[in-house]
Design a protein around this ligand. Sequence first.
Ligand code: ADP
Length: 242
Amino acid sequence: MTPPRTLLKVENLTKRFGGLVAVNDMTFDVKEHEVMGLIGPNGSGKTTTMNLISGAFGPSTGTISMNNRVLSGLPAHEITRAGISRTFQLVKVLPGLSLTENVIAGAAFGHKKRWGAEAVDMAHQLLIRVGLETQIDLPVTSLTYIDQKRLELARALAGEPEVLLLDEWLAGLNPTELQDGIALISDLRKEGRTIILVEHVMDAIRSLCDRCVVMNSGTKIAEGTPQDVLSDPEVIRAYLGD
Ligand code: ADP
């Protein structure tokens, strides 16, 4: 069997905000078809790492590359075009547009630039896929929180990304919604998608992640299977905050 191919490489990534080092010399890679969990206590630098990968801002030092092409330093829209789409910790839907138009925006600005009838068709399929088929004609502003998250996921998928970044996509859901959300991500995993998952929900980390990188105070403190890292004393100490 051929070993999994490295898709995304993060090397010596550092981000300073004034005197604060939010991400400190992080190095990790993401293999094709894996779900990699980026975990750690609050304030450990996970969202900043996601912001660096998606190009919300550039690193202070270090590089991010995908398929051996350096992406760090490119603006966010070019990174999306290169094949990285994301959802946000605080959901960002476009309230003036219909559900379908929200998803079409993802297709038009995504990796494969789909427009017109093809994009509309794809948007409908994705809205069904994420469980929004009965809400298709509703205004976006009437959607519940979970449905806004579903919409954001459909929009990210419409970009046909090579790497999908999910930033606490499961946060704030009730227990039933959480099970549905885990099932949805689990289906994406079975399809062989490559995903970076920033997550706090331990059940989700255990059932969805092939591998985890654990951050604390901006640095990587552990890496391995969910089982291994979640039983690592240093990781437990970091979560408990000593
Ligand atoms: P996590 O996602 O693990 O909770 P963050 O990446 O959000 O952690 O934050 C890491 C650190 O960087 C925190 O101390 C946070 O306050 C700081 N930080 C994040 N974004 C900014 C910013 N835009 N400006 C200044 N400080 C920031």
